[in-house]
Design a protein around this ligand. Structure first.
Ligand code: FES
Length: 313
């Protein structure tokens, strides 16, 4: 895949920790178009990071806009981005959309923190198409939330802002209770996605109407992770997965060719059947029922509660 050469054309601080970047083609040419909900993967020190593309109206202009929240204890991608200056050049993979909005279907968009970014273009698309939607935007406090005024100007009464530190705090039961037949889109940290999905599932909302994208710089790793074994059913080979490494990383290192994409547990591409053993699910793809069943797992992030997993690979 040919990467895009981009130049930081403009930098705008939105809050103490969030900055908006306007990116143009370094050669001044046109950039590939994209669908609402799309992201680009930007090369940063030691890897790449996905950032959702932002536009407040369809076909606003040709530049790409992203917003990045600085995570001082993160893996370093956001620090790299916040070290950029106007005129700096970066490389990124072309836009890709794993979080599209269902055309013509009424929607509730639920964003937590910097998870607002994909929701902006999705709301803009719904508004332009005349499709009803509510946009719930939750954060710790108003001062830590980017785009609030821009969103209010653009989306008016469709926007509901929820701050943890006042009486507007997000009431998930109320949001799910008012969902009706509408689609639910959730983007934010893992805890919020798990809570909203759990409540939607308990309320009988069909899984096909719930769409999630994880926006969390915190790793799926948890303190106290232990090593476990993975047995490959087709070959009988056994691998040890140490703390801090994923099943995919270890198996690929041994030469296995595995299909994966997001590597953070929200796309479902790496889903693998579990023949025996008990997975420790760390994804946001599976429903509570699927987790309890334990028959499949996302091997990019999930681990094991049992000493060994036998996987259908
Ligand atoms: S690669 Fe996306 S869920 Fe595993």
């Amino acid at each position: 895949m040919t990467k895009l050469d981009l130049i930081v054309a403009d930098l705008r601080p939105l809050t103490a920790r969030i900055s908006e970047f306007t990116l143009q083609a370094a050669d001044g040419g046109a950039l590939p178009d994209w669908e609402a909900g799309a992201h680009i993967r930007v090369d940063v020190d030691g890897g790449d990071r996905a950032y959702s593309l932002i536009r407040f109206a369809p076909r606003e202009d040709g530049a790409y806009r992203i917003a990045v929240q600085r995570e001082d204890d993160g893996a370093g991608g956001s620090r790299f981005m916040h070290g950029l200056k106007e005129g700096d050049r970066i490389k990124a993979a072309p836009p890709k959309c794993d979080f599209p909005v269902a055309p013509g279907e009424a929607a509730v968009l639920l964003a937590g923190g910097i998870g607002i970014t994909p929701m902006i273009s999705m709301a803009a698309e719904l508004k332009a198409a005349g499709v009803p939607f509510d946009l719930h935007y939750a954060g710790r406090s108003r001062g830590e939330m980017g785009f609030v005024d821009d969103l209010a100007n653009r989306f008016g009464d469709a926007l509901r802002v929820h701050c943890d530190d006042d009486e507007s705090a997000l009431d998930l039961d109320a949001v799910i209770g008012a969902l009706g037949e509408r689609h639910l889109y959730i983007c934010g940290p893992r805890g919020m996605i798990d809570a909203a999905r759990g409540k939607a599932e308990a309320a009988g909302v069909p899984g096909a109407r719930v769409h999630v994208e994880l926006f969390d710089n915190a790793s799926a790793a948890a303190g106290g992770d232990r090593a476990f074994e993975v047995e490959i059913a087709s070959s009988g080979e056994v691998f040890t997965i140490p703390p801090g490494r994923s099943i995919i990383e270890v198996l690929e290192e041994s030469g296995m060719d595995l299909i994966h994409d997001c590597q953070r547990g929200d796309c479902g591409i790496c889903q693998t059947e579990v023949i025996s053993g008990e997975p420790d699910h760390r994804d946001v793809v599976l429903s509570e029922a699927e987790r309890a069943e334990g028959k499949v797992m996302q091997i990019c992030v999930s681990r094991a509660k049992s000493a060994r997993l036998v996987l259908d690979l």
